[in-house]
Design a protein around this ligand. Structure first.
Ligand code: MN
Length: 502
């Protein structure tokens, strides 16, 4: 379950051919090593592993097969230092199952005006060698990222880093197990979906468990363990007086700690990286898990409420993408609007389950009634999200494909206190504005649940969507409804044709 970038590599493949002779090929290899060393020194999130220069179809096919079967390999970066005829790549690329980034760079930055001769031109010809490779990939309709620029430029390194983060998330998804504890909230459409199709297309496995499977783990928690965890809460959060040692509701905090320990044990025993629950199926649990879910999300677990496994998997994927970055990732829900003439805003929250990784200040730990579900009052962390740029992302099942919807947001600080609101929340203004963003979101069928992220950008999601072959629609400053509607219709036609009978 732990997110560990040390377990993943990206392979660096340099294409060439034998036409140039051994001396040039030695130089190509030395230059490739220098580029990889330079990119590594710049601080990439995943280890970049240089591979021998590829000069034959067999070598290319072998390296693609090796990449497929190497569990550490999360993707391949290709670069044609010289001209590498595209037909040599057909067999290998048709077998490659790992994400592909094409780095269109050049060993030298500048043209050496006074000394340039034909030997130099023959060695440094990525400008057309990479076009041959590009044609080959496009002829094969391969999804990939194309990064253009000098390899020492921070903007180029940043694009590669973003792609690597998406590749780490994709690799994680291929082994991910999501536990669906209870089914979905009854009669809800958007939390349903085709789990077989999700496993085929997106990798992760979703399997259902009865609430009793969780309750058994909660019941097995020793009272001393729950007491110890409560002392951890005391240290970490601003505790409401009634939850402190000797407080009137301390027993409810102990119960919340038992639920956390039981849920954690259940998830660890099953090797899960994400989970769902539902307030409609809590038989045997005293409270709806609130604090437990919040803390598990903060540890990197994906979560979806009301049986929403697609968003549990998405929150997990975005947690992997954002690993080590300053901003947080949380399950989120568009809850209620501020339709004020001076500026429209959205208040996002959930019944309880918002991740404290997005908090502006240390959370307070509180207990309040929950007017739904008929259970004891649940303990929860209460806080407000940090102001700044953010994204809301949703994945929905459109019947014959999955669609990802991304909206850029600006999280703002509330000018008014919210003294009666007993849940964690975020207040934002969607781009380009609430009216256009919400209309576009609704036309795209985006869910009321989202994965909310502070440090990730549209580029992270775009790279991930390419790897997953997901339909992606983005709502941002450039969105107009007329264009957006056309895009949805075109996408319907495109994906219908692209899918065929597969
Ligand atoms: Mn919900």
């Amino acid at each position: 379950m732990v997110i560990d970038y040390q377990q993943s590599d990206i392979w660096f493949l340099t294409g060439s051919q034998h036409l140039y002779g051994p001396q040039v090929l030695q130089q190509v290899e030395a230059n490739a090593r220098q580029i990889v060393a330079g990119l590594t020194a710049a601080g990439l999130p995943l280890r970049l592993v240089v591979q021998p220069v590829l000069t034959t179809p067999d070598a290319i096919t072998e390296i693609c097969l090796a990449a497929n079967s190497d569990r550490r390999c999360a993707g391949v970066v290709t670069w044609m230092h010289t001209f590498s005829p595209g037909k040599m790549w057909l067999a290998g690329l048709s077998l490659l199952r790992k994400p592909l980034a094409h780095l269109h760079t050049q060993f030298n930055r500048d043209i050496p005006w006074s000394t340039i001769d034909m030997d130099f031109m023959n060695l440094n010809q990525s400008a057309h060698g990479d076009r041959e490779f590009g044609y080959t990939c496009s002829r094969m309709r391969l999804n990939r990222k194309v990064i253009v620029g000098y390899w020492q430029e921070p903007a180029v390194q940043a694009q590669l880093s973003v792609w690597m983060r998406a590749a780490a998330a994709w690799q994680d998804a291929q082994h991910a197990r999501i536990a669906r504890i209870g089914d979905n909230m009854r009669e809800v459409a958007v939390t349903e979906g085709d789990k077989v199709e999700a496993q085929l297309r997106l990798g992760y496995r979703v399997n259902g468990y009865g609430i009793g499977d969780l309750v058994a783990h909660v019941s097995a928690v020793a009272p001393s363990e729950a007491e110890r965890l409560c002392r951890e809460y005391d240290q970490q959060y601003a505790m409401a007086a009634e939850l402190r040692p000797g407080g009137a509701r301390r027993d409810a905090l102990v119960e919340a700690a038992r639920i956390e320990l039981g849920l954690r044990a259940f998830l660890e025993a099953g090797g899960f990286v994400g989970f769902t629950d539902t307030f409609e199926d809590l038989h045997g649990l005293a409270q709806l898990p609130g604090l437990a879910v919040q803390r598990l999300m903060a540890d990197g677990y994906g979560y979806g409420a009301e049986g929403d496994w697609k968003h549990a998997a998405l929150v997990r994927a975005m947690k992997v993408m954002a690993h080590g970055l300053a901003g947080g990732v949380s399950f989120m829900e568009d809850y209620t609007y501020h339709f004020h003439p001076a500026g429209n805003q959205v208040l996002g929250a959930h019944m309880l389950e918002i991740c404290p990784s997005i908090a502006a200040a240390p959370p307070s730990c509180e207990i309040h009634p929950l007017g739904i579900g008929g259970k004891a009052d649940p303990v929860r962390l209460v806080f407000t999200a940090r102001p700044g740029p953010a994204l809301n992302v949703s994945v929905v099942d459109m019947g014959q494909r999955f669609r990802m919807v991304v909206n850029q947001l600006d999280v703002v600080a509330s000018t008014e206190p919210l003294p009666k609101l007993p849940v964690a929340r975020a207040l934002w203004v969607p781009r380009p504005n609430l009216a256009t963003a919400a209309a576009a979101w609704i036309l795209a069928g985006g869910a009321h649940h989202t994965s909310f992220a502070q440090e990730l950008t549209v580029e992270h999601l775009e790279d991930f969507a390419e790897m997953a072959d997901l339909e992606l629609v983005v709502i941002n400053d450039n969105t107009t409804l007329a264009q957006f509607k056309r895009e949805l219709r075109w996408n319907d036609a495109y994906y219908y044709l692209q899918r065929g009978l597969r």
